[in-house]
Design a protein around this ligand. Structure first.
Ligand code: AMP
Ligand code: MG
Length: 324
């Protein structure tokens, strides 16, 4: 398939885009059906605010002049998700994110500068409970779309898709993923994020989605809670799609204690003074929680078997490309 859309109009009207967007529509309906049946409240997340998630792997934030104040477009809804748990126990949002991704992401087939997350947060939950929920949600979504005629239009191998149903997703630690990568001759840094190529390598060696858990502390933002039993290791996880499609979701148990958050901010190079409103809420007390965000366009790409994630967006913003 083409590597870039020919023109916005042609892209939107193409049979591939229309089929992919119909599948995405079914993904959203299935997500809402599943989560509301589990007692989740859908909330509309803010688009701009004084501060946003700093943990986005080399991506730049977008500044907005908000009545003379320097505000940010949301790179993720994490700060608001934690704050909202003071009023609701189980929440989700279909949240728009803007990240000026670095140039090297333009060849991953997985990065857009504007995308959406199915963003979920659960008060008093563990990382394991959040993984169970993510697994059940993705399985429900697969089941809901696997019979759609649009997948045939897209030439998707639905047998591969149906194979994910009814089997538990494997869970392996970051350390064991690193060991597997080393055994394959890939030079993965044991103290860092699984790099883009490694993600595809692991993903293409399996027919089943799987979780990678327990990332090292230096690799993620201040809100991923550090394990009490294993200092230096985070209580977090990624869900990786099979067939080479790569990361679908990141999540974690959250740090909710004021002093620990401030320490972690400093450790990750963030100035706590920037986070005034958030730290005020945290100081008053927020619940312990766990949650995750599933990339909507990434999930659509995987379900549809698309060559590139931009094909799952009506108006794709490719990193580094000016587009409507
Ligand atoms: P993150 O917090 O960076 O892990 O983002 C959460 C999820 O959003 C990821 O697991 C991806 O599915 C999705 N995502 C992150 N960055 C992008 C991007 N630049 N383009 C499309 N989807 C993304
Ligand atoms: Mg991630």
């Amino acid at each position: 398939m083409d590597s870039t859309p020919s023109s916005p109009k042609e892209h939107l009207r193409s049979p591939v885009t229309r089929a992919a967007l119909r599948v995405q529509n079914a993904v959203l309906a299935a997500t809402r059906e599943f989560l509301s049946a589990q007692g989740f409240t859908e909330l509309l997340p803010p688009v701009i605010g004084p501060v946003t998630d700093p943990g986005a792997r080399g991506a730049k934030q977008v500044d907005v002049d908000y009545y003379g104040h320097r505000y940010k477009l949301m790179t993720s809804a994490i700060l608001y998700k934690q704050a909202t748990l003071t009023a609701f126990d189980r929440i989700f949002a279909i949240a728009p994110n803007v990240r000026l991704e670095p140039p090297e992401t333009s060849t991953t087939s997985r990065h857009l500068a504007e995308f959406h997350q199915i963003d979920v947060e659960i008060a008093d939950a563990t990382a394991e409970q959040a993984m169970d929920l993510a697994e059940n949600l993705v399985s429900h979504v697969v089941k809901s779309v696997v019979t759609l005629p649009d997948l045939a239009v897209l030439g998707r191998d639905v047998t591969a898709l149906a194979a994910v149903l009814g089997r538990p997703f494997d869970r392996r630690t970051h350390a064991s993923a690193v060991a597997e990568l080393h055994s394959l001759g890939h030079e993965q840094n044991p103290d860092g994020e699984i790099d883009w190529r490694a993600e595809v390598l692991l993903s293409s060696r399996t027919a089943q989605p799987f979780f990678v858990t327990a990332y090292p502390k230096g690799s993620r933002g201040f809100y991923d809670r550090e394990s009490a039993e294993h200092p230096g290791v985070l209580r977090n996880f990624d869900l990786i799609a099979p067939e080479g499609f790569g990361e679908l979701c990141s999540g974690s148990e959250r740090e909710h204690r004021y002093a620990e958050i401030v320490t972690r901010m400093r450790e990750t190079g963030e100035n706590p003074a920037k986070y005034g409103w958030y730290l005020d809420v945290v100081r008053d007390g927020i619940p312990a929680s766990a949650g995750f965000g599933i990339g909507l366009e990434r999930l659509t790409r995987y379900l549809c078997g698309l060559a590139d994630v931009w094909q799952a967006s009506a108006y794709p913003k490719l990193p580094g490309v000016a587009s409507p």
